[in-house]
Design a protein around this ligand. Structure first.
Ligand SMILES: COc1cc(O)cc(Nc2ccc(C(=O)Nc3ccccc3)c(OCCC[NH3+])c2)c1
Length: 338
């Protein structure tokens, strides 16, 4: 097996320290040389992937179709003989999980800011026909603007007939999994995601889980019973919302659409959750095209055509990172091509 010399990766990125590792992947910090933008680089050895390879392919396909202010963005895929590299949006605030642990629990007001972003992300993901199926604080990262980004679409599903169709594969983390999912029943992905959002909301407001036990059979019984304690500091509004989301019967559960303007979600706000993407797929930004055309010594028109192929190669990465740079208020400039 040819040893991977990462030459393809190092052509376009400086690679720094490892910032996360788990399962079959590790994540390193990186910097895109042409734009100077920082990135996260998820590195997977194909030999370690085994039968997880289809899951990785599924995630990459999903991420190519998802572009949203609260979903971590995929910029570049580099596949070599032995490895897959995914270049992803940089989220230096770390995991929401660690943030909750550090603060013990969040106030209702701070929870509401984050929860509105989670609703925005899921409303968008569902509108694209996907269910995430592994919602938990570890899969929500905080970016440099202190905003949440949904990550890890390795377990997401896009049923052929649309989200209304039933899924069978049991997956995700038990503590956040809906009763119908752990009972192996046919379930609707978006309904299972709402249950997990309820568990997430509870974790934000309480600092611990509504259903927890070291023995997984006891844990399953707690989840399928749907009984959990409401600590004294929860407001009546929070207690009601949690109850409406953690309904054992999926059809009695709130939908993500109903969450958009739910009274608890609206408290202190004058408008429902804005869930449409502010960075729609296929959007072509004039300034970025102009800078790339100059750098690539191509006409603007041929640059638009090249970018619009969305191959998730160096061209896609350069365009998206230049756009990210512009959105951060930095000059829309590329380093002179070496
Ligand atoms: C869709 O986005 C995905 C998919 C996926 O499968 C994995 C990830 N993982 C990421 C993405 C970004 C970071 C990151 O930027 N972390 C970071 C940067 C600077 C300082 C500290 C952290 C990432 O971090 C690794 C885990 C952090 N505990 C993982 C995104």
């Amino acid at each position: 097996m040819p040893v991977d010399n990462a030459s393809e990766l190092l052509k376009y990125y400086e690679v720094y320290e490892t910032i996360g590792s788990g399962g079959f992947a590790k994540v390193k910090l990186g910097r895109h040389i042409l734009t100077g933008e920082k990135v996260a680089i998820k590195i997977m050895d194909k030999k370690d992937l085994g039968d997880d390879l289809p899951r990785v392919k599924m995630e990459m396909e999903a991420m190519k179709n998802l572009s949203h202010q609260h979903v971590c963005r995929l910029y570049h895929i580099i596949e070599t003989a032995s490895r897959i590299y995914m270049v992803i949006e940089y989220c230096p605030g770390g995991e929401l999980f660690d943030y909750i642990v550090a603060k013990d629990r969040l106030s209702e007001e701070e929870t509401r800011v984050f929860f509105r972003q989670i609703i925005s992300a899921l409303a968008y993901v569902h509108s694209q026909g996907y269910a995430h199926r592994d919602l938990k604080p570890e899969n929500l990262l905080i970016d440099e603007g202190h905003n949440l980004k949904l990550i890890d679409f390795g377990l997401c599903a896009r049923p052929k007939g649309g989200l209304g169709y039933e899924l069978m594969t049991c997956c995700g983390s038990p503590a956040y999994a809906a009763p119908e999912l752990i009972q192996g029943k046919a379930y609707i992905g978006s309904e299972a995601d709402v249950w997990s959002m309820g568990v997430l909301l509870y974790a934000l407001l309480c600092g611990y889980l509504p259903f927890d036990d070291d023995n997984c059979m006891v844990l399953y019984r707690k989840i399928t019973s749907g009984h959990y304690k409401n600590p004294h500091w929860l407001s009546p509004g929070s207690i009601l919302l949690l109850n409406q989301m953690m309904q054992v019967e999926p059809k009695r559960r709130l939908t993500v659409r109903q969450l958009l303007d739910h009274p608890w979600v609206m408290k202190g706000y004058s408008s429902p959750v804005e869930w449409h993407s502010t960075r729609p797929l296929g959007h072509i930004d004039e300034d970025c095209i102009t800078e790339m055309a100059v750098s690539l010594r191509r006409s603007k028109q041929s640059t638009v055509q090249l970018v619009s192929e969305w191959k998730y190669d160096q061209t896609t990465a350069t365009y998206l990172l230049l756009l990210a740079k512009k959105q951060r208020g930095r000059p829309v400039r590329l380093r002179a091509e070496a």
